[in-house]
Design a protein around this ligand. Sequence first.
Ligand code: NAD
Length: 252
Amino acid sequence: MKGIEGGVALVSGAASGIGRATAQRFAEEGASVVAADIDVEGGEETVSRIESEGGEATFIETDVTDEDDLAAAVETAVDTYGSLDFAFNNAGIEGGDAVFSEQDDANWNQVLDINLNGVFFAMREEIPAMMESGGGAIVNTASVAGILGFPNLSPYVASKHGVVGLTKSAAVELSSDGLRVNAVLPGVIDTPMSARAGDQDPEVMEQTTAGIPARRLGQPEEIAATVVWLCSEDASYVTGQSIAVDGGFSVQ
Ligand code: NAD
């Protein structure tokens, strides 16, 4: 993909699933990667997978609810590789599911803190660094739950709608500075997150898969390809968009 080689990418949630696949794809396309995650073992494993393929990557332990951690992650990109060109703000949790009246404060706050505040804090740190290097591209992970409602998941759905709104606002504000901001909206993707849901209720998972027009889960590599394309020069006029990668789930 055009314009990725030689760039520097920061990926959060890089220890697992979609984040790991995207960190690997950035490296395959020739970018240096800062892999950020709260999970040290998984993050270091991502780095060693990239290095074993001849790529460049550094892990930094990062809790996306702590803006100082995100500032340190951005600083690692600039100090280690010279700039920050691409950011994939992807760390997220599904939270607990409960009917609306039984949603507790702790779950609400944790989901909003990680999924929405985490993206806001990350962008607040990334944008000045990208402006220093003359522009860049940010992709935030929302979900089809960023454009659709789902029962029993109100905090998750609210957080992902928030990510879509934040993405649009930032895109409008920053376009003239050479900075593009988009969101990727995964459908049901085969990662530890969806496996946890499937373990809880295999029957619901089977019904969910049957309800996807593609009749299968997506692979993390299919999200990674979209994210890296959104960061590439091939997507140079694409900004503020929420791109669903969902096997047709959200358009039926
Ligand atoms: P995953 O559980 O495999 O990976 C999530 C990663 O985020 C983990 O490595 C975890 O350690 C990290 N993380 C969690 N809290 C963190 C924190 N406070 N600070 C830093 N890192 C933290 O899940 P995944 O499926 O790869 O999910 C990635 C993103 O995709 C999430 O934002 C999720 O909401 C979104 N998403 C996933 C699906 C799906 O079906 N898998 C669908 C739609 C959206």
